[in-house]
Design a protein around this ligand. Sequence first.
Ligand code: EPU
Length: 340
Amino acid sequence: MPKPNMLLHNVSLKPYNTFGINVNALLFMEIDNNTTLEEVLYSKQYPDPLIIGGGSNILFTKDVERLVIHLNTKGIEILSKTPNHAKVKVQAGEVWHDFVCWAIAHDLGGIENLSLIPGNVGTAPIQNIGAYGVELKDVFVSCQALDLKENRQVTFKKEDCSFGYRDSVFKRNKGRYIITSVILKLTTKDHYKNISYGAIQSKLREKGINDPSIQQISNAVISIRQSKLPDPKILGNGGSFFKNPVVSMNQFRDLQEQYPDMPHYSFGENQIKIPAGWLIEQCGYKGKRFQEVGVHKNQALVLVNYGNAKGEQLWELAQKIQKSVQNKFNIYIEPEVNIY
Ligand code: EPU
């Protein structure tokens, strides 16, 4: 662990990205408090700094010739409690899954379906992280951010965030806002349990559980994720590499004639979401390895680093997959991870 709040030169970012790509940051600082963060960012001494949290959603294809800040601010605070809810403020550098575990240990519900998602609390709103029928926006109240354009602190209420599927105002204004803390509203009793997702139902049935606790839901989610998604500590990856594409009803009907078994979900009024993992599998990539990079054997949406991959190799594979899906299905699949 580097000394916090000190400027370092030429630091390998390998431990700071879950793909495990070995690139260097020209300048690097680990920051553990918001005062230093503001000082460094507002000084404008380091143009266009790159902030990383858990590093779970970035693919580095080159060295970073500017300041990289690893945000490591910690703290969880219950702000208020009503008979049914608690508002909890969490600092950006808290590890998302550790926070989920803390919430469950305090019998606070609402995020158990989001167990084991890699990354930190401060980056969760950028992607509006989601899994198994729940998205961050479902529990989100507000967040504090630094606006680097105006050099000031801003509060974003939920309605200011334009949350969508893996999308938000923060994603659309890359580099402008740095989220420093997040406030979430969690249930203290009568937890609303979202167990509609098929895989959760079968996991609970397998264990003979009818009325699961939030801990049991979390356990089921962890077990499903572990069976499909590789552990980045063992096999470098960034979770889903692409977003699931959304197509028009007309395009979907044409495709369905050709591929009657194509899995699909309705999306909004008149659109259909298709699992990118299925499209990629149909193109023959599932489980394929190309030297140091490959497509995971249990989930075709996950691209992996077998150990010594360069970011460019993963990006080349991703582009090859994009082309194949485009040619076979006439569907563009957009990366979910940020390519640097
Ligand atoms: N499928 C295949 N082959 C594959 C993978 C998937 O045919 O190799 C098909 C199957 O029909 C399967 C369906 O796709 O039933 C959906 O697969 P899965 O349940 O694994 O979910 P996903 O749509 O691939 C999304 C999220 C995940 C999230 C899961 C569960 C995106 C881009 N990904 O994946 O999020 O955990 O749903 O809710 O929306 C992430 O964002 O990094 C992530 C892992």
